[in-house]
Design a protein around this ligand. Structure first.
Ligand SMILES: [Zn+2]
Length: 485
């Protein structure tokens, strides 16, 4: 039987260092009290409220990018699909540092499947260190392509201990990416430009996003799933279902000069995958085209709450569809850029809320470990549970998930964790009232899927890999309400 106590001891130094850095500024007594209680309420702490900028004349921005393409042979999507055989187009991490609103704020989008638990913290720490700020002022969001690394250092340690499983992430490659991150951010600090104006716009996307949980019985139970590609004509003929059709963009300007543009759309970003050919896929190709046409602006693309959203209705998975879908994303984003009317910056604020969800009660550490150690099981049935065990350990250690929000004038940039369902993004927009809210999900991916509570009883793939208790619904909505208030 697994011993939580000894496991906790073995991971304690690393976790506690991470926690100290994360929590020094943030955690109040309500966190400690709740953390010590058996009936802990899942929402545990609200950070120090945002630094509302009072001297906007000092607002400055610099951008950075670095290559995060894994080498040939590296695991993709956790090691249960074909590893890297070639690269069709590079994976990038792209971000910016915003100075002049309290300590610097860093926002970064990464072309990886996910960054989970301590891997996510390590990224935030590295970017924070290089930018001269603290990890609670850094948002790192993955784009979630699948021919890409799905990085969890804790799950990697678990599979490495087995000795016969493929790596989840190569630790040396992971560290090398962090070195590149620090170098890229440090270098960027020589190139700050004033931020005087901001603009935003949204355009409806046609024929990309569709809900994948539309095939149901009379009671609402999910029968079949529309994946990121779908060759089943009956499933494709079903309605789009609940989506957010808007492609949103927010841009920062120095006078008339556009410095950085953040783009958002909620769908799984894969046209096809599993062939070992690394690609930033259709959303990355759309972003790269915007970048090529406007080289002096830094373009970032974020995937919204796409836990239950794919291109499945419109994508048969053929190679040609990658370009077609890229065109369908590129056109509305280009329109956003063309329609933008910059206005003077009059308000900037950063806020965070820390949450510590409860684990899905169906997860038993002992049973999970048994399955991981069972050589008769397939790789997917051993590597995937390693992520579950990593999540349980992480919750046990008390390391929270940080949700953040950058408010600039009447627009908001919300950073949510993992594979959140589209309902959260729509709810967040509603809470934000008539103002413009752009949501990036796929921050800390530790909890995997985050369905809404009402969808847990309806089953389906997403619920089978939802590592948190349904209470996370209430927690997340409360966190969104507080962080965007
Ligand atoms: Zn996914």
């Amino acid at each position: 039987m697994l011993n939580w106590e000894s496991r906790q001891t073995s991971i304690r130094p690393a976790w506690f260092n991470l926690m100290n850095q994360l929590t020094r500024r943030n955690f109040n007594r309500s966190f400690l009290a709740a953390g010590g209680s058996a009936a802990a309420f899942a929402l545990l702490a609200q950070s120090a409220r945002a630094d509302q900028s009072t001297d906007l004349g000092k607002l400055r921005l610099t951008s950075f990018r670095f290559n995060v393409t894994p080498p040939v042979g590296h695991s993709l999507c956790g090691g249960w699909i074909k590893p890297v055989v070639a690269t069709d187009d590079d994976l990038e991490a792209i971000g910016f540092v915003l100075q002049g609103c309290g300590d610097p704020i860093v926002i970064c989008a990464v072309d990886w499947t996910g960054l989970l638990n301590s891997a996510h913290v390590r990224w935030r720490q590295s970017l924070a260190q290089a930018a001269g700020t603290t990890p609670d002022r850094v948002a790192v969001q993955c784009v979630h392509q699948h021919n890409a690394p799905f990085a969890c250092l804790d799950a990697q340690a678990i599979v490495a201990a087995e000795g016969d499983l493929p790596e989840i992430v190569n630790v040396a490659f992971f560290e090398e990416c962090l070195d590149r991150a620090k170098a890229a951010v440090t270098q960027s600090l020589n190139h700050f430009r004033p931020v005087t104006h901001v603009a935003w716009h949204q355009t409806k996307v046609q024929q990309v996003a569709s809900n994948r949980r539309v095939s149901r019985d009379e009671s609402g139970k999910v029968l079949a799933m529309r994946g990121s590609s779908c060759r089943d004509e009956t499933l494709r003929a079903l309605p789009e279902g609940l989506i957010d059709p808007w492609a949103k963009s927010i841009a920062f300007y120095d006078g008339e000069k556009r410095l950085a543009a953040c783009h958002y759309y909620a769908t799984h970003p894969m046209s096809y995958y599993g062939d070992g050919r690394v690609s930033s896929d259709f959303v990355g190709l759309a972003r790269k085209r915007l970048q090529a046409n406007e080289p002096d602006t830094c373009h970032l693309y974020f995937t919204g709450c796409a836990g239950n959203i794919t291109a499945g209705k419109y994508n048969n998975g053929s190679p040609e569809m990658r370009q077609v879908l890229a065109d369908r994303i590129h056109a509305p984003l280009l329109n956003n850029l063309q329609q933008m009317r910059p206005v003077a910056v009059d308000r900037v604020a950063w806020s965070t809320v820390d949450v510590l969800p409860l684990p899905n009660s169906a997860l038993s550490a002992e049973a999970i470990q048994r399955q991981i150690s069972d050589p008769s099981q397939s790789v997917v049935n051993r590597n995937r549970p390693a992520y579950q065990l990593a999540w349980l350990k992480r919750l046990q250690s008390g390391l929270p998930i940080t949700i953040s929000h950058l408010r600039i004038n009447g627009a908001g940039m919300l950073h949510l964790p993992a594979e959140s369902f589209i309902e959260y993004q729509l709810a967040a927009q509603e809470m934000f009232g008539g103002e413009f809210l752009a949501t990036a999900a796929y921050g800390d991916g530790g909890s995997w899927y985050i369905p809404v509570a009402s969808e847990y009883p309806n089953g389906g793939y997403e619920v089978s890999v939802a590592f948190s208790d349904p209470q996370i619904d209430k927690t997340l909505r409360e966190a969104i309400k507080r962080v965007t208030a």
